[in-house]
Design a protein around this ligand. Structure first.
Ligand code: DAH
Length: 352
C-alpha cells in the first residue's frame, strides 16, 4: 500500500510538471485529487486494512494528499503568472499615447456674446427683461412713434405673420427689441399707475427682418436693448453709462464718440462709435479708414413713448439704446460674412 502511494505521488507530480494552462490544471485536479482518483480510492480502502496498517497508511495517504494539494497550488500560481506575462506581452498597451479627446459642447458664439453683454450690464445694475419675439404692429412700431406708413419703417422690412383682417395692426416677428420697452414700462407702471417705479433693464433676444440674405444682412439676428427711466435722467447719464459700458467691453482706454442720428422713439438720438480696436484709430479696412466703429444706437426716450408706456413725460425721462452681439463679434474677430452665424458649419462654430 505504501509503495502504491509513492507511485501515485510520483506519477501525479510528474504529470503536473507538464500542465501549462487552466483547463489542464482542472483536469489534473479531478484526475489526481477527485473522488474517483487513485489516491481517494486508497482512503476508501483504509477500512479493509488491519488495525496496525491503518494509521500508517492513513498518515501516508494524508501526507501525499497535502503534498499534491500544495503542488497544485504552486502550479496554479505559476500558470496564472505565465498567463498574465503572456497577455502583457501580447496586448501591450502604450500608456504614453495621448487619450481620446472628450468632445465638449459649448454655447453658440452669439449666445456667448449676448451673455457677455448682459454680464457687463448686470454689473452696472441692469436687470434682464425677456420680451416676446412675435409682436403686433402696434407694439413693434406704432407705440414707438412709427405711425403706419412712416418712412423709418422701411429700414425694418418685416415678416408679417397675420395681416388682412387685422387692418393696421398685423402680427409680425419683431424687427428689433425696442417693443420690449413698451411692454416693460406698462408692466412696471401697472404696479403703481400713479407713481410708476424707476426702470433699469436690458432686453436681449432674436429679431427678424425680411432681408435679402447677403454677407452683410441676415433675416435673423440678436439685439440687446437697454432702457432706463426715472426722474431727472439726462443725456449725461446716457453718455456716462454707455461710455463706461464701452470701456468694460472693449478696454479701459477705449475712446468713444456720439454722433447725432435719428430714431422715431428717441429724441435726441445718437449713435455711439468706439475707437477702432483693430487699428487703434489710425484707419484700416475694418473701420473703413475712419478710425471708428459704430456699435449702438441710443437716445433719450421720446415723450410719446414714455406716455405710451404709462410714464408721464412731464415727470419722467429716460434713455434707451440698442446693440447687436453678432455685429460686435464680426468687428472683434473680423468675420466678413454674417451668414456664418446661422450656417451651422462646425468649422466656424468650433472656433469660439
Ligand atoms: N431699435 C433700433 C434698431 O433696431 C436700435 C435702437 C436705436 C434701439 C436707438 C434703441 C435706441 O433703444 O435708443 O435699429
Amino acid at each position: 500500500m505504501l509503495d502504491k502511494l509513492k507511485e501515485i505521488e510520483k506519477t501525479a507530480l510528474e504529470s503536473l510538471a507538464s500542465v501549462r494552462d487552466q483547463s489542464a490544471l482542472d483536469n489534473w485536479r479531478v484526475g489526481n485529487l477527485g473522488r474517483s482518483s487513485a489516491l481517494m480510492s486508497v482512503f476508501s480502502e483504509l477500512g479493509k486494512l488491519s488495525k496496525e496498517e491503518r494509521p500508517v497508511v492513513g498518515q501516508a495517504a494524508n501526507r501525499v494528499k497535502i503534498a499534491l494539494e500544495s503542488a497544485l497550488a504552486q502550479r496554479a500560481e505559476a500558470v496564472r503568472a505565465a498567463a498574465l506575462a503572456k497577455s502583457l506581452e501580447e496586448e501591450q498597451l502604450d500608456v504614453t499615447l495621448p487619450g481620446r479627446a472628450i468632445q465638449h459642447g459649448r454655447l453658440h458664439p452669439s449666445t456667448q456674446q449676448l451673455r457677455h453683454v448682459l454680464t457687463i450690464l448686470a454689473e452696472m445694475g441692469f436687470q434682464v427683461y425677456s420680451s416676446r419675439e412675435v409682436e403686433t404692429d402696434e407694439m413693434n412700431f406704432q407705440l414707438l412713434n412709427f405711425p403706419p406708413h412712416h418712412p423709418a419703417r422701411e429700414m425694418q422690412d418685416s415678416f408679417y405673420v397675420q395681416a388682412g383682417e387685422r387692418g393696421d395692426n398685423p402680427i409680425l416677428l419683431r424687427t428689433h427689441t425696442s417693443p420690449g420697452q413698451i411692454r416693460a414700462m406698462r408692466e412696471f407702471a401697472s404696479a403703481q399707475p400713479q407713481h410708476p417705479p424707476p426702470i433699469r433693464i436690458a432686453l436681449p433676444g432674436m429679431c427678424f427682418r425680411y432681408e435679402q440674405i447677403t454677407a452683410r444682412s441676415e433675416i435673423q439676428f440678436n439685439q440687446v436693448e437697454g432702457l432706463v427711466v426715472g426722474e431727472e435722467i439726462t443725456f449725461a447719464d446716457l453718455k456716462g453709462t454707455l461710455s463706461d459700458f464701452a470701456r468694460r467691453m472693449f478696454g479701459q482706454t477705449v475712446r468713444t464718440r456720439f454722433r447725432a442720428s435719428y430714431f422715431p422713439f428717441t429724441e435726441p438720438s445718437a449713435e455711439m462709435d468706439v475707437e477702432c480696436f483693430v487699428c487703434g484709430g489710425r484707419g484700416c479696412p475694418v473701420c473703413k479708414l475712419s478710425g471708428w466703429l459704430e456699435i449702438l444706437g441710443c437716445g433719450m426716450v421720446h415723450p410719446v413713448v414714455l406716455q405710451n408706456g404709462g410714464y408721464n413725460p412731464r415727470r419722467y425721462s429716460g434713455y434707451a439704446f440698442g446693440m447687436g452681439p453678432e455685429r460686435q463679434l464680426m468687428l472683434r474677430y473680423r468675420i466678413d460674412d454674417i451668414r456664418y452665424f446661422w450656417g451651422n458649419d462646425l468649422r466656424f462654430l468650433e472656433q469660439f
